[in-house]
Design a protein around this ligand. Sequence first.
Ligand SMILES: N[C@@H](CCC(=O)N[C@@H](CSC=O)C(=O)NCC(=O)O)C(=O)O
Length: 283
Amino acid sequence: MAALFPSILHKCYGGTVGVYKRRSSFLKGETAFAVFLPERAIKGSACPQLYVLAGLTCTEETFLTKSTILSYAAEHDLILVAPDTSPRHTGLPGEDEAYDFGSGAGFYLDATASPWSSHYQMGSYISKELPAWIESSFPVKSNCKGIMGHSMGGHGALVHGLRNPDQWKSISAFAPICHPTQCLWGIKAFKGYLGEDTLSWEEYDATCLLLKGHIHPQSILIDQGREDNFLQQGQLRPLDFQAAARKVGQQLNLRFHEGYDHSYWFIQSFMKDHITHHLRFLW
Ligand SMILES: N[C@@H](CCC(=O)N[C@@H](CSC=O)C(=O)NCC(=O)O)C(=O)O
């Protein structure tokens, strides 16, 4: 395992934020990810990790820059890991044509349909390759990894957390795409990445996963603004997820907030609660 060297490194809240670039064997190309190391980790003490998954059009820098999570991570000694939202510069035709498919829109899944399957393996990258890189390079507390995300990244957090509860000890999401097989964003992405077999789509749909018995042992926190235009358009469908959770006995704290939209201003407003949620399970 080669050592990780940052291409950018800044001191931040007593720790460091680094952006790292490395060739991924799953994505078949170079990928970037950002890591926040709290001061305690820099001094060599093992700390829990929190993965943060951003939404459509974002990069590895968006969540750390806009969400205010860094000050909380520094205060509570959390290592933050922020991957990019898709492979980049693959040369696949059409990869840069739409904001909701291709570059910036990897949906944190393993594509099976040609030509996307050749590079769009974000599912394995997030669950296998990236954790291996992090765990061999930084002082991580073993078995203490949580996952959080926004919108498409919220979908990623729910799906990865539910599919692999032993790996992800805590889950939370801001305005996640909860039922992608039933919304326009998800149908477009899943048709492109997974093909026409709609049964295979259910493996990447958090609501379907619950109904198939994928239950997380801990409560899941979801915050949702009522003035979110994507909620109003039917892209997010948190009530479908809540109904499934009630049916199968998944503990869920779904909170609606009057007046809040889909932006990082909304995320900032409730970040403290999400950190408190993850700390219950990680430290
Ligand atoms: N440009 C698009 C909307 C893109 C958008 O709103 N992206 C959100 C995530 S949406 C779901 O994954 C986002 O986080 N953007 C980055 C930001 O800094 O806000 C459109 O025109 O509709």
